[in-house]
Design a protein around this ligand. Structure first.
Ligand code: AMP
Ligand code: TRP
Length: 331
């Protein structure tokens, strides 16, 4: 069995990028061949300015959406990070393995810290150490594979480096994990700013398709997507990022290759129309299941309670072993 672990931060409503880059692949995994854990990583949502009530609400919503997307709690473990203390227990130890230089080199840290400083705000220390907590999330479960979008590749690479370093210094303890990325739509771009990732915490709503957007809102956003002034509809990520993004979204919805769709469309209008309908159809069953699950909050709470218990049972022996290996006296 392959051990799989991945997570999503409750910093905003989940987007089409989250779904195509990560969540849909979690649901598509052969849940019988892999032993998978999926986590709403709420501690990570505290690394930036946050509203406590909103984080709570988004945590519940993200968990509900994971189930709506098809994660089967009979076959995999769905839980909330802060319900399992082992993550923070291990994170501290991994801070003693990581060094400050490698933290400061993380692209996401550099970008987010720069943005925060531009606004005249201060940067939370946890934003710098965040990738260590993420490494702890992964390593606590002996994870083999981490299905993520492209933006998380560097963080998973760090988790690998820390695992290897720990094993060399203190004896073989950790499995060295690897990131897996989707073939198509590993980085879905903002429809209004095709040079930027479609990120759920960004403010520019018109360029972001949220999983719970009504069909008409989806259509409007896709139809207004920024393309370019060239006439032909060809796939070229460098030169034609807006069109390439639409072709990738359409290809991902239909299980096709964007190269095969290159040159098929006569106009941007036709491409946008098909893309909008493909996204609406992709989201329809998920939205229906989400609605049904919202009517039964006790069920979702039960899943999370059982999930946390299962996760704790897996992580505790690993973290106890790590504590002993690094020189801490057993209690
Ligand atoms: P986050 O929203 O940062 O918590 O991301 C949760 C998962 O979704 C991670 O695996 C990300 O790599 C993935 N993801 C987020 N945004 C996108 C995007 N625009 N395109 C593809 N994958 C994404
Ligand atoms: N940092 C990831 C993101 O922003 C979320 C995350 C936290 C994660 N811990 C993880 C993803 C462990 C995979 C494995 O998307």
């Amino acid at each position: 069995m392959t051990r799989v672990f991945s997570g999503v931060k409750p910093t905003g409503h989940l987007t089409l990028g989250n779904y195509l880059g990560a969540v849909r692949r979690w649901a598509d995994l052969d849940q019988r061949q892999s032993d998978a854990l999926f986590c709403v990583v709420d501690l990570h949502a505290l690394t930036v300015d946050h509203d406590p009530a909103r984080v709570r609400r988004l945590t519940r919503q993200a968990a509900t959406l994971l189930l709506a997307a098809g994660l089967d709690p009979e076959l995999c473990t769905v839980f909330v990070q802060s319900h399992v203390d082992e993550h923070t227990r291990l994170s501290y130890v991994m801070e003693c393995v990581a060094n400050d230089g490698e933290m400061r080199r993380m692209i996401q840290y550099k970008e987010k810290a720069a943005r925060e400083r531009e606004r005249g705000g201060s940067v939370r220390l946890s934003l710098l150490t965040y990738p260590v907590l993420m490494a702890a999330d992964i390593l606590a479960y002996g994870t083999d594979e981490v299905p993520v979008g492209d933006d998380q590749a560097q963080h998973v690479e760090l988790a690998r480096d820390l695992a290897v370093r720990f094993n060399q210094r203190y004896g073989h303890t950790f499995v060295v994990p690897r990131a897996t990325r989707p073939g198509v739509a590993a980085r879905v771009m903002n429809l209004q700013e095709p040079a930027s990732k479609m990120g759920k915490s960004d403010d520019s709503g018109p360029g972001i398709v949220y999983l719970l957007d009504e069909p008409d809102a989806v259509r409007k956003k896709v139809m207004r997507a920024v393309t370019d002034s060239a006439a032909d509809v060809v796939y070229d990520r460098e030169e034609r990022p807006g069109v390439a993004n639409l072709l990738e979204i359409l290809a991902a919805c239909e299980g096709r290759d964007p190269e095969d769709l290159s040159g098929v469309y006569e106009s941007y209008g036709a491409l946008k129309k098909d893309t909008a309908e493909a996204v609406v159809e992709l989201l329809r069953p998920l939205q229906e299941r989400h609605k049904a699950l919202c009517a039964d909050p006790a069920y979702v709470e039960g899943v999370l309670r059982d999930g946390a218990e299962k996760a704790r049972g897996m992580a505790k022996p690993m973290v106890d072993t790590v504590y002993r290996a690094i020189g801490l006296l057993p209690a």
